[in-house]
Design a protein around this ligand. Sequence first.
Ligand SMILES: Cc1ncc(C[n+]2csc(CCOP(=O)(O)OP(=O)(O)O)c2C)c(N)n1
Ligand code: SF4
Length: 278
Amino acid sequence: MNDLATPAVLTAASYKSSYKPIWCPGCGDYSVLSSVTKALAKVQVPPHEVAVVSGIGCSSRIPAYTTCYGFHGVHGRALAAATGLKCARPELTVIVTGGDGDGYSIGGNHFLHACRRNVDMTYIVMDNHVYGMTKGQASPTTEPDWDNKLSPGGTGIRAFNPLVIALASGANFVARTFAGDPNGTAEVIAQGIRHPGFAFIEVLSPCVTFRPEQREWKQHVHPAPVTPTDDPARAARRIMTDDGFNIGVLYAGDRKPYPAKPGKASHSVNDLEAEFEL
Ligand SMILES: Cc1ncc(C[n+]2csc(CCOP(=O)(O)OP(=O)(O)O)c2C)c(N)n1
Ligand code: SF4
């Protein structure tokens, strides 16, 4: 958080901090950062009313590059920290950012339960099908036949399908976007912020260093040929059978968000456990 003075009209620049990103030239995450700031300008929520929470990874650096409050936590625990924050301070707009390794591998359990709890926040995963920061290991979304020095011949392990898992676990808004379309991504992030409950947005964000072939994603992505549905079974069927490059809002549901209690700034562990009991 750099500056508490809020101008009358907020622009994307109002949300950009003075820190220069240190991503590799051409990394998709630059574009996602720009989409996050554009989305916040669309929603016009002042930076001091927004908290951006992350774990560890190249993509998890985003909080430092915004003027919002930020929490750069530990690997795989962004959603746990964000859940606590939103429950204690429900008036804040909470955005969680990270990568496929952070969110689906070490953080996979938190991903399932964040969807299930349906706390009102927006989770943006920059999926590059690789662990970028630690130099190119396979992640849960890596194609089984991706041949590289660390897994010669590929891992042979079926890739995780985050969108269908989010749906099955109870996420209230599920979308896929592409970093090469910053305006489209900004629009979907703004919709996710406005949508009540847990909004999950998977952004295909190329890692040009360890997966240079992902530069070709721009030739593969296409708008989803269907309108968003509020029927999770229908959305799941569509996602299970798509080619992984359908872009758009794929599901927008009306499940009641977890009712955070305004004004209650702290909880005992016992209180939290009792409240999350379904
Ligand atoms: C507990 C723990 N285990 C492992 C690491 C090492 N580590 C740091 S970032 C990372 C993976 C990041 O991959 P991803 O989330 O896909 O993000 P990207 O860098 O590709 O954006 C790993 C394994 C760590 N920091 N902490
Ligand atoms: S290693 Fe990959 S994900 Fe990390 S900054 Fe470089 S291009 Fe981006």
